[in-house]
Design a protein around this ligand. Structure first.
Ligand code: ATP
Length: 221
């Protein structure tokens, strides 16, 4: 679905990602690597939050200027994503921007809250939600826009074990292709493909059973 063709990102004279070339058709792709290796920068390229300094990011074979319409981004901290005081207002926001009618917005809110078993949160104040509830509302806010692909930046970092397990089962059931940056290797164990980034280069690319043990060995030696 997404292709990277010799993508380089440089900032302030420093190369952050270097000549990345990838074809990414898999359903579940994990991205691992040390702090500062370039994972979040890589992820932001998927929905146009970041632009290549050189090279091309193509979606379904095309250069798109509206990647945000196709790719949903779930941030590590849901407080960066939830902006309105009430849950239903927050969910409506992205749809109003897309000029959907009021009845269509209501139908979509009902559907996404039901899908994620969150109907009890509909009229709650967002700032009063727990971290786990906020993360699920942030995911609802992305799903409601009906993206083709969803990217997640360290989605379980702020979750306790119960909420992490819940998030994992929700992710498992999502029909969307997903790319997940995470330091939580358990989360990525059942994925189709893992990319290991180091110093802005993909240094390993393969199935979890091969790439994750090699990453652990490299980190512990
Ligand atoms: N705007 C910027 N200007 C200069 N350097 C930047 C900028 N944004 C990111 N960097 C640097 O690029 C490198 C990669 O950052 P990035 O956030 O992509 O890493 P990461 O692998 O996601 O790290 P972490 O696991 O700690 O979240 C870091 O060294 C960071 O300091």
């Amino acid at each position: 679905m997404m292709q990277f063709d010799r993508v380089t990102v440089a900032k302030e004279g420093r190369t952050i990602l270097s000549e990345i070339s990838l074809d990414l058709p898999e359903h579940r792709i994990g991205v691992i690597g040390n702090n500062g290796s370039g994972k979040s920068t890589f992820l932001r390229l998927f929905n146009g939050l970041e632009r290549p300094t050189s090279g091309r990011v193509r979606y379904k074979g095309e250069d798109k200027t509206d990647l945000r319409q196709h790719v949903g981004f779930v941030f590590q901290n849901p407080d960066n994503q939830i902006v309105f005081p009430m849950v239903d207002e927050d969910l409506a926001f992205g749809l109003k921007a897309r000029k959907l009618s009021k009845p269509e917005i209501k139908t979509r809110i009902d559907a996404v809250l039901t899908e994620l078993s969150l109907t009890h949160l509909r009229e709650r104040l967002t700032h009063q939600l727990s971290g786990g509830e906020k993360q699920m509302v942030a995911l609802a806010g992305v799903l409601i826009t009906r993206p083709d692909l969803i990217v997640f930046d360290e989605p379980t970092t702020l979750l306790d074990l119960r909420n992490k397990l819940r998030f994992m089962s929700v992710l498992d059931a999502l029909p969307h292709p997903a790319v997940v940056v995470s330091h939580d290797l358990d989360l990525l164990a059942g994925f189709d493909r893992i990319l290991h980034i180091e110093d802005g280069h993909i240094i390993a690319d393969g199935v979890p059973d091969v790439v994750i043990p090699a990453y652990i060995a490299r980190s512990t030696c």
